[in-house]
Design a protein. Structure first.
Length: 255
């Protein structure tokens, strides 16, 4: 079976899962609408003192959240469920190469993340008037690709540590929610203590968010590539890939 066939199968399975659709699409769109509606669209100050409209601040944050939900959360939950139902174990007995299966799952997550980003940007542009600078589009695409790679790899890595299907959602939320808060996704950066921001900079969530924020910031000059932030995100992806190749479990943990 080719990667294209595996992707076609995984893509159909994804759209037949109400929980996957909710966490990967509905939830991020809800967050964007709620945040802009509740906190307004007035000017907000970034950590560097730059003023931007509320929608311009929240859109890259929700894009980051949506990408993580579509890759890390959705993939970790679905991998754990497939393992505990014995699907991965049976898959190992088929002629399907392991790398083809993993590539198909990763490409499915990437396609879902890309579609979500397009929808969020369209809502931000049409409903809230968020400007999308054309000179930073390439930087946005690179951030999307790096973020998808890293958080998909992290999903494969953490799935081995999740003991059961019921624990998948609580564990992934326990990992992501604190990082969303300290990274400025939910709380404006100027309200976060400097020491907390320094801690957040170690993790890929804030780094990816900063890369997207530069893409959407009207004051950005040049191509908008945040190479340091992308390098940190990519480093997490490489480390997660190494961990996943050595710890990934195909056998169910529970009887």
């Amino acid at each position: 079976m080719s990667i294209a066939h595996q992707f076609h199968y995984d893509w159909k399975v994804f759209w037949r899962s109400p929980s996957a659709i909710f966490f990967a699409f509905v939830l991020p769109i809800m967050f964007l609408i709620i945040f802009v509606s509740v906190f307004g669209n007035q000017n907000m100050e970034l950590a560097d003192g730059q003023l931007v409209r509320g929608s311009t601040y929240y859109l890259p944050g929700i894009v980051t959240l949506g990408l993580i939900q579509a890759t890390f959360t959705n993939l970790a939950v679905s991998l754990t469920a497939s393992r505990e139902r014995g699907l991965l174990k049976r898959l190992r007995t088929t002629p399907l190469p392991t790398w083809t299966y993993m590539a198909g799952r990763t490409i499915t997550s990437a396609a879902a993340a890309t579609l979500l980003v397009v929808v969020l940007v369209a809502i931000g542009r049409v409903v809230y008037g968020v400007a999308v600078p054309t000179n930073t589009i390439a930087a946005g695409v690179v951030a999307l690709l790096v973020g998808t790679f890293t958080f998909s790899a992290l999903a494969f890595a953490i799935s081995s540590a999740i003991p059961s299907q019921d624990a998948a959602v609580p564990i992934t939320n326990a990992v992501t929610l604190p990082l969303y808060f300290i990274s400025g996704i939910f709380i404006p950066q100027e309200l976060i203590p400097e020491g907390v921001r320094e801690v957040a900079e170690v993790f890929p969530v804030q780094r990816l968010y900063d890369a997207f924020l530069t893409v959407f910031d009207p004051a950005t000059t040049g191509a908008g590539f945040e190479l340091t932030d992308l390098a940190v995100v990519a480093t997490w992806g490489v480390a997660a890939t190494i961990a996943a190749t050595t710890t990934f479990r195909w056998e169910p943990r529970t009887a």
